[in-house]
Write a protein that binds this ligand. Structure first.
Ligand code: DX5
Ligand code: ZN
Length: 220
């Protein structure tokens, strides 16, 4: 079967009971996806570094996948790294200094990810792919959970995977937005190694069972 990682997004968890929401994942998660929004790069507000610090203290062994939807990301990379993020993903659209920034993220001891909105072509990040540990392709316009998957993003996965093979690069491809048991198979067969899901997991009566269903479907 095809191997991939599941990264439930805490954006869809009840903010008054995040600990209980994480417990309901039943350990079926691989990463915890943390959506940081600044009301500027995206039209919504979520967490600061204090939330990541609290997660790190409570879950020392968790892999914290921090998706920075902020502009400019250089203002926040150090504080989220020091708070305990494992992976820091910045948007290619949010900075004119992507090359320097990916280097900075690695210097701070984190894995470096670069993300693209649905309307941004993969060519935009071609010059920095050798500096990236992960490419996060948005399959909705970022800002909110519970939106519909945009299938046009699948072409980007195919293009990135082809390029990666030709050049011998090793970044992971992650997809985020509108994913769940019904379409995980589609994106994993297109080449994704990390699948984010928010509302499909935390909106389900049994989040752990939903993750198991996603794993079976994607690995088939
Ligand atoms: C959207 C966020 C996503 C969001 C996904 O801006 O980056 O991580 O939580 O939520 P669903 O899975 O509900 O589309
Ligand atoms: Zn996200």
């Amino acid at each position: 079967g095809r191997r991939f990682l599941l990264a439930p997004s805490l954006l869809s968890a009840n903010p008054l009971s995040v600990e209980a929401s994480i417990a309901r994942l039943g350990g079926e998660e691989d990463w915890l996806h943390v959506d940081v929004m600044d009301g500027h790069f995206v039209p919504n507000l979520t967490y600061g570094p204090g939330f990541v610090r609290a997660l790190r203290a409570r879950y020392p062994d968790a892999f914290l996948d921090v998706h920075l939807m902020v502009q400019p990301p250089e203002d926040f990379v150090d504080s989220f790294a020091e708070a305990g993020a494992d992976l820091l993903t910045v948007h290619g659209e949010a900075t004119p200094h992507l090359h320097r920034l990916l280097g900075r993220i690695r210097e701070k001891g984190c894995a470096a990810g670069v993300s693209l909105n649905p309307g941004t072509p993969v060519e935009w990040i071609a010059p920095v792919l050798h500096l990236a540990d992960l490419v996060l392709l948005m399959s909705v316009n970022p800002g909110f959970g519970g939106q519909k998957f945009l299938p046009e993003v699948l072409e980007k996965v195919t293009a990135l995977c082809r390029r990666r093979a030709v050049r011998g690069e090793s970044f992971l491809v992650e997809m985020d937005g509108g994913l769940g048991p019904d379409n995980v198979d589609l994106v994993v067969s297109a080449g994704c190694q990390v699948v984010v899901a928010g509302s499909a997991v935390f909106g389900a009566p049994d989040p752990a069972e939903t993750l198991r269903r996603m794993r079976h479907s994607g690995e088939a």
